[in-house]
Design a protein around this ligand. Structure first.
Ligand code: PLP
Length: 473
């Protein structure tokens, strides 16, 4: 019989693994260290429903409102909403709250799938922003304020602008400048800050948070880098350009009517840690110094290249060992053998995601492993190394979104119009969205990812993808 989750999860925990992936708490040690160990023993007893005194997530007056107030204070928002279905639900609710059917939305082409899903649900028309390409690393970088400004001039009828900052690799955009160009034209700016819930609370040397930069709605996955549990997030409404009643209605439509109390409690614990100067100092002091160990020790490992950039959120540890002849997947496998698990691999880059629970010991274990992996390897000269182009940077031919859909084997789909999605996960950025024409390069790339064991959402278990029924562009 195959292993089930009940076998896998305790077995994995018993390995004493080092997590460089979500969630940000990195296991029970942080809670124990900060005085929340007892609550972990009572978890099942905290799994209740809307009994008297327990408030209601969709009609907040009492204990849940208290937690929302803590976040309002922490982020300086007009109103903060607790989310129990990740940033995904906040992004969908945020977009639907600022648009009506048929509206145009300026959005980054490297957006998370939830934003593409919001476009589908809302019957919205995308106008794509293409971020800069960081050629030397083969990844996408910042969105430029000039590009946003140019697109707004060409499309004065758009309802809002939405982009990720930081992106998956931690590269932020200049939100202050982008907010300025949006607000000069009276447009709402929504920032997907799923990867940057912590930025508001970091010390020197970190990019500014989107809340401080002047965005109108900011959605934060507190579970990715802070101390609340997976699926929790916070949506901050920062300005009067957004109607709170509409946001609240959309959230009650989209979220479960049985929001988990343990999840909401973890949001309260996270807020308490951020508000308590001693707890905050203890956690952030350890985390920030752990991060700096990476940048210090990386200098001494031959063949290890890292990403450093003024717009980088340094808590994302991006590294590349292609100079040692190793792809990102090779490095990931060698780290896994040593009990270390990273968040994401794209081409030659592996990304280690740190969080509030990351310790100096975790980073030292990563650096010991990278040192060990590099040992004795011959270094390739720069021209022997393969150059990688990010797939999401390609402007695709567009057709009308198909009204009728059908499944077709992937090998027969080049030149057909995509009617579903093709989404490598992670990072969850679609290669093709409904209405985009599927290319043979895309099919080869999807097949390569699948042969390496990567997940691509949108390819069925029979190896088919959804295309337009007419098979016409
Ligand atoms: C850029 C980006 N935005 C949004 C999300 C969705 O966040 P969540 O998993 O909290 O729903 C993700 C998830 O990985 C993401 O990478």
């Amino acid at each position: 019989m195959k292993k089930s989750l009940l076998d896998f999860l305790p077995e994995h925990a018993a390995l004493d693994p080092v997590s460089f992936h979500m969630p940000g708490h990195k296991g029970s040690q942080l809670y124990k260290k900060l005085g929340y160990g007892d609550i972990l023993d009572k978890l099942m007893d905290c799994d209740i429903t809307e009994i008297p005194g327990a408030d209601n997530l969709f009609q907040t007056e009492d204990v849940i409102l208290e937690v929302m107030e803590k976040y309002r204070k922490l982020y300086g928002s007009k109103k903060s909403y607790l989310l129990v279905n990740g940033s995904s639900v906040g992004l969908i609710a945020g977009i639907l709250s600022c648009t009506k059917r048929g509206d145009k939305v300026i959005m980054a082409r490297n957006s998370h799938k939830s934003i593409f899903n919001a476009m589908r649900l809302g019957g919205l028309e995308p106008v794509y922003l293409f971020p800069e390409i960081m050629k030397e690393h083969g990844i996408l970088g910042s969105v430029s304020p000039d590009e946003v400004s140019g697109l707004l001039d060409e499309n004065p009828d758009v309802a809002c602008v939405i982009l990720p900052s930081p992106n998956y690799y931690g590269i932020c955009s200049d939100i202050r400048a982008i907010a300025k160009v949006c607000h000069e034209r009276n447009k709402v700016l929504i920032v997907d800050q799923a990867h940057g819930a912590h930025l508001r609370f970091m010390g020197e040397g970190y990019p500014m948070s989107a809340e401080e930069g002047g965005a109108d709605i900011v959605i934060n996955s507190t579970h990715k880098t802070l101390a609340s549990w997976t699926q929790t997030a916070v949506m901050n409404v920062m300005s009067d350009r957004v109607d709170l009643g509409i946001v609240e209605d959309n959230l009650q439509i989209l979220e479960s009517s049985s929001p988990s109390y343990p999840l909401m409690m973890s949001l309260d614990i996270n807020a308490e840690i951020l508000l308590d100067p001693d707890k905050k100092r203890m956690a952030f002091g350890e985390w920030e110094s752990a991060v700096e160990i990476f940048y210090e020790r990386a200098k001494d490992i031959p063949g290890l290249r890292i990403i450093e950039d003024p717009m980088l959120d340094r808590t994302k540890l991006n590294f590349d060992m292609s100079a040692c002849g190793l792809s990102g997947n090779d490095v990931e496998a060698l780290l896994n053998e040593r009990g270390i698990f990273v968040e994401l691999v794209t081409g030659n880059i592996a990304m280690g995601m740190t969080g509030i629970g990351t310790t100096r010991e975790h980073v030292n274990r990563l650096m010991d492993a990278l040192e060990d992996i590099a040992k004795g390897r011959e270094l390739l000269s720069a021209d022997e190394e393969a150059e990688e182009e990010p797939m999401f940077s390609v402007k695709l031919e567009m057709a009308a979104v198909p009204e009728e859909r059908m499944s077709r084997p992937i090998d027969e789909c080049a030149g057909l119009v995509c009617a579903g999605s093709l989404i490598p996960y992670p990072p969850g950025i679609p290669l093709a969205c409904p209405g985009e024409v599927i290319t043979s390069e895309m099919i080869e790339y999807v097949k390569k990812l699948r042969s390496m064991g990567e997940k691509v959402i949108g390819v069925s278990s029979e190896g088919c993808i959804l295309v337009g029924k007419q098979n016409k562009k």
